[in-house]
Design a protein. Sequence first.
Length: 268
Amino acid sequence: LFEAVLIPMFLIIGFYGSRERRIRSSYMLFLYTLISSIIMFISILFIFFKFGTTDYLILKTVQFDPLSEKLCWFAFFLSFAVKMPLVPFHIWLPEAHCEAPTSGSVILAGILLKLGGFGFLRYSIGLFPDSSAYFTPFIFVISILGIVYASITTIQQVDLKKIIAYSSVGHMGVVTIGLFSSASQSILGSIFLMVSHGIVSGALFLCIGIVYERHHTRVIKYYSGLLTTMPLFAIFFTLFTMANIGLPGTSSFIGEFLIIAGCLLTNS
């Protein structure tokens, strides 16, 4: 079922994409996630042959040897990191967002990206707690580097969809930091931020879809003066933009605040 979501997304981008690179983008999405998931599938087969079951509740009670647990953790991590995505596994996301129709971008941002966060919480941390604690510094380093890289890359973009896509990569880095910090506040904040990001980024993609249907361009410079021609739209777009950057009073702020507060508690 984890891979079943690829089929509708592949068809949505490949058949209903907005530009000529849609076939390339759909194959990039498919191959990136499929290859990483095959590695996870090999790990699942290894667990099955070693313990004779894939039942989650039973596997929570078994004792892995340290090397096997670390290898399985890394195989699961690779699959979930591509799905979230974390830097440097993020290359497929901006391409997929730019070529997908508005509905595809909303599904991609609202549901598909959250599978990686769910996987980290449910399986990486749930089944391999010792390895998760062991690799936490590694997770923090790549997440922080990903946040910085994605933020700098976002500033350089001129395509409205790419701006939101790269900012999503940065937000997922914040989510990962919260999930792997041991504080309950951070884990709760990560879940809250994932729900908030699905709503806010989905709303932003709908807003961009509205102007793209009218003008067939997403280059940001062509939309200067939008407040005079579409004042109500501009108000909503500004509201969701503020929510995306975590303005106090918006849902994203609550999630990010809880994550930072939990991390500070953990480090102290």
